[in-house]
Design a binder for this molecule. Structure first.
Ligand SMILES: O=C(O)CCC(=O)C(=O)O
Length: 393
């Protein structure tokens, strides 16, 4: 048992706590803290509910567009593609239902993740590392090495490929088996989602019929330089793509108004597939307002990542999101981040560039991105901003 630590200004307590901060927020809660340590206290102007930071904090929930994947191969296929286009252009987020991943797979994954975070610290600590190349990594905050203020989250990051599985935790029982099963299913779902996204951008259709797509005179979005070859390359990249699973644990926070579960950020990959338990916390920036995405059991929240923004030449934008800490309930989420293989160059699709719609992002190597997040603050959309090409006309 740890002594209760209530005073923020007690120097001895602070020193002790700062050593403990790197062991994570679950550990701090187990120590019995009743105040948020200084390391987690944001300056007033950066706090989640400060009207000056967000300009319009809005407690309203937002109903995300729902994509019913049961329609994928049916007579309403064209409508489904139109809904995907609408969701990606207007929200950067949607929910997918009837996605083919059974409730048993999802429930058991959530259960083993919850049990992982309930393990004693000595067990979780075995995976603690700040090396972002580790195949398995337990840690805390957003970027533990660079964050001047920590956020109220612990995580387990798991690289998903057959060579990495043997290094995943064996404890709690069934963790590895359920984790691998979940990872394989979400990878397949990602591939299907990407097929629809590519089609929604007008690229898949062009390749499959091997015809030059029409130029949309108003938006200038599609053009004639798309080739079946490029489509085949991207399909291959998606199939062989990188897949990282991030299991997030947000324990109850004694002073949630002072900190974040996760600060505003966008995701780096093509798509993220998120499963959140029944506890609210996720908010997205929509029309300059932070809005809450209420959890829907059995659906996945899907969002556009930075690499898709680059690939679509800015037509589909990655959207900032954040997680609020809450005082009462522990929250678990599982984010599956998918992209092209490490080492691949991400570039705007040649099929989407034309005179009206010039290339808006530099070709970007995955390695550049990894270097950037290692050295710099990767919150907000800083990395993507650094890849933009400005056109002075
Ligand atoms: O827990 C959530 O709702 C979102 C998690 C997230 O944004 C992330 O893992 O990047």
């Amino acid at each position: 048992m740890y002594p209760k630590m209530a005073m923020r200004d007690d120097e001895t307590c602070e020193t002790l706590k700062s050593q403990e901060d790197h062991k994570g927020v679950k550990h701090l809660c187990e120590m019995g803290i009743t105040r948020v340590p200084n390391k987690y206290v944001l300056p007033a102007h950066e706090r989640p509910h400060n009207p000056l930071t967000t300009n319009a904090y809005d407690a309203n929930d937002l109903e995300l567009p729902v994509i019913d994947f049961a329609q994928l191969h049916g007579p309403n296929h064209a409508q489904l593609i139109a809904s995907v286009t609408h969701a990606c252009e207007n929200y950067g987020f949607f929910q997918v239902i009837n996605h083919g991943i059974s409730s048993d797979v999802i429930r058991k994954m959530e259960d083993v993740c919850r049990r992982f975070f309930e393990l004693p610290l000595e067990e979780r600590e075995k995976y603690m590392s700040t090396d972002i190349h580790s195949l398995v990594r337990y840690g805390t905050s957003f970027n533990q090495t660079n964050d001047s203020v920590f956020c109220w989250r612990d995580f387990l990051k798991l690289v998903c490929n057959p060579d990495a599985y043997s290094q995943w935790p064996e404890s709690p029982s069934n963790f590895r088996e359920m984790g691998v099963r979940y990872a394989r299913k979400t990878k397949l779902l990602f591939q299907l989602l990407m097929e629809t996204i590519i089609e929604s951008l007008g690229l898949g259709l062009a390749a499959s019929t091997n015809k030059t797509p029409k130029i949309d005179q108003d938006s200038g979005h599609r053009n004639g330089s798309n080739t079946a070859e490029e489509y085949d390359d991207i399909r291959k990249d998606i199939e062989d793509g990188s897949h990282l699973m991030v299991v997030n644990c947000f324990p109850p926070c004694p002073e949630p108004e002072l900190t974040y579960g996760m600060p505003p950020h966008s995701d780096y990959g093509f798509l993220t597939l998120l499963h959140q338990d029944e506890v609210e916390g996720l908010q997205i920036l929509h029309k300059d307002r932070w809005v809450t995405i209420r959890p829907h059991p059995q659906s996945f929240v899907v969002n556009v990542g930075d690499h898709l923004e680059i690939f679509s030449n800015g037509r589909y934008k990655s959207v900032m999101h954040r997680v609020l800490a809450n005082p009462k309930k522990s929250r678990i989420s599982v984010a599956s981040l998918h992209s092209v293989p490490f080492g691949t160059t991400i570039k705007p699709s040649r099929g989407l560039i034309n005179d009206k719609n010039p290339q808006r992002y530099m070709d970007t190597n995955f390695t550049d991105f990894i270097q950037y997040i290692t050295a710099c603050d990767s919150k907000h959309k800083n990395f993507l901003e650094s890849r933009k090409i400005s056109h002075n006309y």
